[in-house]
Design a protein around this ligand. Structure first.
Ligand SMILES: [Zn+2]
Length: 205
């Protein structure tokens, strides 16, 4: 679809041209990306809007779920864009394996890149840099962690990061994007089985 066709298509809802429909879609998009207009504009694609339109007009089963799904999709993409931006600031002169992370928390979004060191073992992963930045700013609940790396395939968090993140929400959603555009996601509790957490210390005291 060329740009002009896309522009006119986005004004056509299930009942034809409908400014109210367009306004509602725009409102949903803005809510999903927390007012980031640049990203909202990018997401004004035909297929996305038709699907939202069907959900809004009840033409699709589970319309409420569908709107929630699209809001989640928009938020996830926003977070991944932040992670990509953070990857550009990663410090990895030894491995040249750049990683960026962005975490959505109860205190906003925080980012980080991996930070390597000449003494290799003290290197810190991007996920932990982002999480520590969030906690230092007052966040206590980490909801979604987005990660991007130099790899063409989505990379999962390492074992140390899984343990570190578990402290701030065992059910955290981790979303990872490869450079080829592939996406994978996990619940933290599913990739860190029988984890040691705060409750274990409480039981022992
Ligand atoms: Zn790690």
């Amino acid at each position: 679809m060329d740009r002009q066709a896309a522009k006119s298509a986005r004004l056509v809802g299930p009942q034809g041209h409908d400014p109210k429909f367009q306004a509602r879609v725009t409102e949903l998009l803005k809510a999903g990306v927390k007012g980031d207009r640049a990203i909202a504009r990018k997401l004004h694609c035909h297929y996305f809007q038709v699907a939202v339109a069907r959900a809004l007009t009840g033409q699709m089963a589970g319309a409420g779920n569908m709107i929630g799904y699209f809001k989640g999709w928009v938020a996830k993409n926003h977070l991944l864009a932040e992670a990509r931006s953070a990857r550009e600031r990663a410090y990895a002169p030894y491995s040249r394996f750049l990683v960026g992370a962005a975490v959505a928390t109860d205190a906003g979004v925080f980012t980080g890149g991996n930070v390597e060191n000449a003494s290799y073992s003290v290197t810190i992963c991007a996920e932990r840099v982002a999480a520590a930045s969030a906690v230092a700013a007052g966040a206590r609940r980490l909801d979604v962690m987005a990660v991007t790396s130099s790899s063409p395939t989505p990379t999962p968090p390492c074992g140390a990061c899984r343990q570190f993140l578990y402290e701030f929400n065992p059910e955290m959603l981790v979303v990872s994007a490869g450079r080829s555009g592939d996406l994978r996601q996990w619940r933290l509790s599913a990739i860190l089985a029988d984890a040691f957490g705060r409750e274990d210390l409480e039981e022992g005291s």
